[in-house]
Design a protein around this ligand. Structure first.
Ligand code: 5RP
Length: 262
């Protein structure tokens, strides 16, 4: 790995080998997602506690302060919407030159294994990796499941994650699932977990994140269960403790309760 690539990766993955990425890219296909209508305001109190942001160039330029920001993973795939025909028909939206201009630490792209557009999304990933490697910019592959959330089992996610790594992704973002070690063990590059739709209890989030870390994930790229929560700062601080301080889910829950009461 060249110095530039190493340096960018080191800013994303902290010295303890773990990471907490905060994604706010949902608008690229969902429009003004609940609680993300004004992304700059939503993330302002959370910024201190995340290690990087996952964001599109549009929101980056329009809503984020270049003088007060964390490392950026730039979402560079898109071209579809929740009301369109097929979410998996994504293309590359942003050039590597633009990623360099924006001083991105990494770029992120979704792949849709098993969909009608599997081939296109995988070749888009490969093209992005070719360009990223030329300039020392790591690529994070997002194993997307479209609207079919039932695809979140270890067999499917292990297949998608391994293919992403084979094509050159330096990081893979996938979903937590039962037997998560099957996903991580079959993937030769670091794996981070997405959060998925907001769940009912905080403890549920701390439990799956803790479990995923025990089974080999290096951290999270987790959005809605933080910024759609009534107490987003308490959520991100408790999650940070799970990830960077190795606290148990129960200890994280106690911390969450203490912060919300204070
Ligand atoms: C959506 C994404 C998100 O970055 C990813 O799903 C993580 O966010 P959440 O925790 O809200 O699921 O790729 O475009």
């Amino acid at each position: 790995m060249d110095w530039g690539m190493k340096n960018r990766m080191a800013q994303l993955i902290q010295s303890d080998g773990r990471c907490l990425f905060l994604p706010i890219d949902h608008g690229y296909f969902q429009g003004p997602t609940r609680k993300l209508e004004k992304p700059g305001e939503t993330i302002e109190p959370l910024l201190t506690y995340c290690d990087a942001l996952f964001v599109t160039r549009g929101v980056l330029r329009a809503a984020l302060d270049p003088a007060d920001i964390k490392p950026i993973i730039l979402r560079v795939s898109g071209g579809t919407s929740v009301i369109g025909k097929d979410l998996s028909n994504e293309g590359l939206t942003t050039s590597m030159e633009e990623a360099i201009r924006l001083n991105a630490n990494a770029v992120g792209i979704s792949i849709f294994v098993g969909s009608d557009y599997e081939r296109e999304s995988l070749l888009n990933l490969s093209k992005l990796v070719n360009e990223g490697e030329r300039y020392g910019i790591p690529v994070m592959a997002v194993t997307a499941v479209g609207k079919e959330l039932e695809k979140r089992d270890s067999r499917y996610l292990a297949l998608s994650s391994r293919i992403a790594a084979e094509l050159g992704a330096r990081l893979v973002k996938t979903y937590w699932c039962e037997d998560f070690e099957k996903v991580v063990d079959g993937c030769p590059v670091p794996v981070v977990m997405a959060g998925g739709p907001k769940v009912e209890s905080e403890l549920e989030v701390f439990e799956f994140v803790h479990d995923g870390l025990q089974r080999g994930a290096i951290g999270v790229n987790l959005g809605r269960n933080i910024w759609q929560h009534e107490y987003p700062v308490a959520m991100i601080r408790a999650l940070r403790a799970v990830i960077h301080e190795n606290v148990s889910p129960e200890e994280a829950n106690d911390l969450f309760n203490t912060i919300t009461k204070g």
